[in-house]
Design a protein around this ligand. Sequence first.
Ligand code: THU
Length: 157
Amino acid sequence: MESKHLEIIYQESDYDELDAERKRLYDAALAASGHAYAPYSHFQVGTAALLKNGEIVMGNNQENAAYPSALCAERVALFAACATYPDIPVLRLAIIAQANGEVKESISPCGACRQVMLEVEQRSKMPMEILLCGKKKVKVFKGITSLLPFTFTADDL
Ligand code: THU
């Protein structure tokens, strides 16, 4: 058996080093996290998707007393973006979380959200930059395949 090596390249920076557009997206995700409906986990996630037409669509986690009925912040934003602007590519997605009033260090999206990001990226026909925003550092990935390297898509059907 042959060993294979997989390398993931991403950028990391402080908030202050981000350009104005990315700072705006970070700020929008942070604001959205403040409105998350998370009475069960008390873990508030906010997302902001920048579309090619300049619109920013925000999302946050929406929990439910029937726990599996909840939806992550990433899918709330991406489904809303695709519902409202089905033909407009999503250029970037910022993700941030806070708990007990404190912004966390960057979190990584769950597997189900990565799969949805992949399909949105395919619909957009261009890579979607993903910003994992933390209290101090922001990790920037050029596209979803950096976070989901072995993909299952419609091409596999
Ligand atoms: N959650 C998100 O919204 N996005 C993530 O990337 C991770 C987890 C939500 C789901 C649930 O409402 C809470 O955070 C705790 O898992």
